[in-house]
Write a protein that binds this ligand. Structure first.
Ligand SMILES: Nc1nc2c(ncn2[C@@H]2O[C@H](COP(=O)(O)OP(=O)(O)OP(=O)(O)O)[C@@H](O)[C@H]2O)c(=O)[nH]1
Length: 384
């Protein structure tokens, strides 16, 4: 055999051998168990080198276990709502310190000049307390401090605290109405303009209710933004709460109707319905909201209509409150993002505007950063 032929034969043999090896490697790769199973197997082999190489039955068992783990999400145990405002108080006082401290500094100095009273008014107005409540507070403070001849800063602080609590309304009913008549579930409709935190609030309220051992069903009637239903499903799945949803662009009233129907069939305690964000200036959208409520009520009475307002929007938030209040009977306010504003006076102003109480406040982005509102704790945080 000549050398050229020999070289050619060797080359062919190398190519054939190479192809065979790649085929075998590719096939083996396809048969490998998923990476999480592989990790466990590798760990086992490292710890127990004496064991025989992978047993196929064992791989199947592990794979089944992994598949089950992926299917069963861990159900979280949410924090009980009681005491949350205490936990989150520092977030409030951090952002509101200019209001409380500003007032205390002015009042602590004994007799006040007209200019100083004006400064107190300006401080209150800058914190969005609103003109009416500001005038009321200043009038009452002046009268009481003069009548009692208060010179001592500690006493001035006490009087200010009492007057502020009076303004916030210590005796307003701030309970969420989540109990339905007879065998019907409580129905909570959550409304507001875009981006105020409605979906987040529905998710957080579900956690509050779960922590109170109530059974809950969520309705994704925000069919305008496809991601909202997914967002709601994520919230629900974390605490084992199901969601009724439909396709993007579906009639929100029918989603609300179906959710309550499902809630009645499943005998849940509370149905929470998320609605699409809508501009209060668009009358068509506002009419649609009225329809959602009317249609839902064909199944069961709505026990609570919560208006979600972003605390950082100031005067605009008040306008929203007014317009929403005209379309649906708002029964409670959730003020979100109170952690991001020094204008805590909005609590007072918005209650005045609507004549309904602030029931919950959002104080951060965490899943349990929604606290039941309490007038005394709120004022104490302001004056910290
Ligand atoms: N800092 C802070 N952020 C909040 C609070 N509540 C909600 N957010 C954030 O606000 C953003 C908007 O929240 P969403 O729940 O998506 O608002 P939405 O009203 O459902 O939005 P649309 O469906 O578009 O109308 C999210 O990034 C939330 O994390 C709060 O109390 N504090």
């Amino acid at each position: 055999m000549n050398t050229e032929l020999l070289v050619a034969l060797i080359a062919v043999a190398i190519v054939v051998l190479g192809a065979g090896i790649s085929f075998l490697v590719a096939n083996r790769k396809r048969e490998l168990p998923p990476p999480d199973v592989m990790d466990e197997l590798t760990e086992r082999e490292i710890e127990h080198p004496e064991l025989a190489p992978v047993d196929l039955e064992e791989v199947e068992e592990l794979e089944a276990g992994v598949a089950e783990d992926h299917l069963t999400p861990t159900i979280e145990r949410p924090e009980t709502p009681k005491g949350r405002l205490g936990r989150l108080r520092s977030r409030l006082s951090r952002s509101q310190s200019s209001l409380g401290r500003g007032l205390l500094t002015l009042l602590g100095g004994g007799d006040l000049t007209e200019d100083q009273w004006e400064e107190i008014e300006d401080t209150l107005l800058a914190a969005d307390v609103g003109v009416g409540p500001t005038t009321e507070l200043v009038t009452n403070l002046r009268a009481r401090l003069a009548a009692e001849g208060v010179k001592d800063p500690a006493r001035a602080r006490e009087v200010l605290r009492e007057e502020l609590i009076g303004l916030v309304g210590p005796s307003l009913d701030r309970q969420l109405h989540t109990t339905g008549d007879e065998a019907l579930p409580g129905v909570v409709l959550v409304v507001g303009v875009n981006g105020t935190g409605k979906t987040t609030t529905v998710g957080r309220l579900a956690r509050v209710l779960v922590a109170e051992e109530r059974s809950v069903l969520l309705g994704a009637a925000d069919t305008f933004r496809a991601a909202a239903a997914d967002q709601l499903e994520t919230w629900g799945s974390r605490v084992g709460v199901p969601v009724v949803r439909s396709h993007e662009g579906a009639d929100p009233a029918s989603v609300g109707f179906e959710t309550v129907k499902q809630g009645i069939t499943d005998a849940v305690d509370v149905v929470l319905i998320d609605t699409a964000g809508r501009l209060h200036t668009k009358s068509g959208l506002m009419d649609e909201l009225g329809k959602v409520k009317r249609v839902v009520e064909k199944q069961a009475p709505v026990t609570e209509v919560l208006l979600v307002i972003d605390a950082t929007t100031g005067q605009n938030g008040l306008t929203q409150a007014r317009v929403f209040g005209e379309v649906v009977d708002v029964t409670g306010i959730v003020l979100t993002k109170l952690d991001g504003t020094a204008k805590g006076g909005i609590v007072i102003a918005v209650q005045r505007e609507l004549g309904v109480p602030v029931k919950y406040v959002g104080l951060g982005e965490g899943p349990d950063d929604l606290a039941p509102f309490d007038a005394e704790e709120f004022v104490d945080a302001l004056l910290d």
